[in-house]
Design a protein around this ligand. Structure first.
Ligand SMILES: [Zn+2]
Length: 165
């Protein structure tokens, strides 16, 4: 290897950027050539000096505080956004919750009423003579039909569009 080629590769050698073969060639030349070896040593010293200097440069005063402050602001922003989103979701869902509770109450009312009526009917059927129980059954049927008709009549005047639009 010539001196010129060796000098071109010294920086790469120090930075560990050469492959095994190239590294061996440069190192062999440095062992044989005092001039290139001196240059290599200068390079090493320079490299060490730069690394050392960078390590010892003090950080600008207040940098840490500024970084921490900006992180804090960022967090506050995220927190604010999160609470706004939560509030919005709650506002969006709350009518549904109110409605669902009403719906469940209504379903429960219908179910429990049906259960009670069913029980009362079975008790009545057991203790009352067949003719009377038939009469009660027919009466109950007419009462239910009448109730449904009454509810329909009442709801006819009710304007759904005003509520649901
Ligand atoms: Zn040389």
């Amino acid at each position: 290897m010539e001196c010129g080629e060796c000098l071109e590769n010294i920086s790469a050698l120090i930075d560990g950027e050469l492959n095994g073969f190239e590294q061996k060639q440069v190192e062999n030349h440095l062992l044989a050539c005092g001039r290139c070896k001196a240059v290599a040593n200068q390079f090493r010293l320079l490299n060490f000096g730069i690394v050392h200097a960078v390590e010892n440069i003090p950080a600008p005063s207040g940098l840490e505080e500024r970084i921490l402050l900006s992180i804090g602001l960022e967090r506050q922003k995220a927190k604010k956004q999160f609470s706004l989103t939560s509030l919005f979701l709650i506002l969006l869902v709350s009518p549904l919750l109110i409605f669902s509770s009403l719906i469940w109450r209504f379903v429960y009312l219908v179910y429990s009423t049906g259960t009670i009526l069913g029980r009362a009917e079975s008790v009545l059927l057991r203790f009352v003579p067949p003719a009377t129980s038939w009469a009660i059954g027919i009466m109950a049927f007419f009462l239910i039909v009448g109730g449904v008709l009454l509810v329909r009549r009442l709801l006819k005047g009710f304007q759904f569009n005003e509520v649901f639009s």
